[in-house]
Design a protein around this ligand. Structure first.
Ligand code: PAF
Length: 282
């Protein structure tokens, strides 16, 4: 695996791959890599001969008072981990490389509608930062395929919409969420959990799994299921932001006739804001 910071060096490497007619996959990350990221690299390798993992803690997707400054930066550990997987390049650009005209003057990409609810309403501007950086990473790497995790369900839908709307020549793959043995979705932010909170944290997935079970049993009162899960989270010590049963394709209202639903939630536990979701195909 080669480590590249410079966009010209990246371009030269990519040119060699293109010359060999290799397909290129990108796995965008903000670092602090865990087995969930490794699984994204494995999925990427199934779709392309070459895999670029990007590590960039993107300032534009953090709101005021959020954890940009304290976001875990574990570069040496990340490099060691990536050496054991199928990544060809670890691309870790500087802020100046990604935003050559500065953050304030950056051309931004906004996906209206889909970004306005759920995480979008609790983190205003967050998805604009995500689409803006992902579009820039796509422009730098020009991948054929990009892999994102299902854990960030709304994010992957927003990115899919951006790609479709702008006709970007990249195929988006959504890879399954990787969980700890007790069900907690792996996340770089799990390091914020104290020992006591870590014990409580699997309750998030359990609440979603309870809703899933009831949907499969034919329960159709979505509002009641959302309320029930939210209460369950409060009892477990969380401060829930939202629990929602929605149409999986576009987060539109769930209806009895919907065959593909997603149950998604965000909740705070101590310093950690946890998100998770389950897909329910009926
Ligand atoms: O999911 C993430 O880690 C980030 O939002 C992403 C896609 C790497 C953009 O910074």
């Amino acid at each position: 695996m080669i480590f590249i910071e410079d966009k010209h060096e990246l371009k030269e490497e990519l040119a060699e791959w293109r010359h060999a007619r290799d397909h290129v996959a990108i796995v965008p990350t903000m670092g602090n890599l865990h087995p969930g990221h490794v699984s994204l690299v494995d999925v990427a390798k199934e779709h392309a001969e070459r895999v670029v993992v990007t590590v960039f803690v993107n300032p534009t997707q953090f709101g005021e008072g959020e954890d940009f400054e304290t976001y875990p930066r574990t570069f040496d550990k990340d490099t060691r981990r990536l050496k054991t997987v199928a990544a060809d390049v670890l691309f870790a650009p500087s802020v100046e490389t990604v935003y050559p005209f500065g953050i304030e003057s950056a051309t931004a990409v906004t996906v209206p509608g889909l970004t306005e609810n759920f995480c979008g309403s609790f983190r205003p501007g967050h998805f604009d930062g995500v689409t803006t950086v992902v579009a820039r990473l796509f422009a730098l790497v020009r991948p054929d395929v990009a892999v994102f995790g299902q854990k960030d369900y709304q994010q992957q839908l927003v990115i899919r919409r951006m790609v479709e709307d702008l006709n970007l020549p990249v195929t988006i793959i959504t890879a399954a969420t990787i969980r700890e043995d007790d069900g907690l979705a792996m996340s770089s932010r799990n390091v914020y959990l104290s020992d006591d909170e870590r014990e409580k944290a699997p309750a998030l997935y359990q609440a979603l799994a309870d809703v899933e079970r009831q949907l499969r049993d034919g329960v159709g009162d979505f509002d009641a299921l959302e309320r029930q899960a939210s209460n369950e989270l409060e009892r477990a010590g969380f401060l829930p932001e939202y629990v929602a049963v929605r149409r999986a394709a576009d987060l539109g209202p769930a209806e009895e006739a919907c065959r593909e639903l997603v149950v998604l939630a965000a909740a705070n536990l101590g310093q950690a804001r946890l998100i998770d979701n389950v897909l329910v195909k009926l």
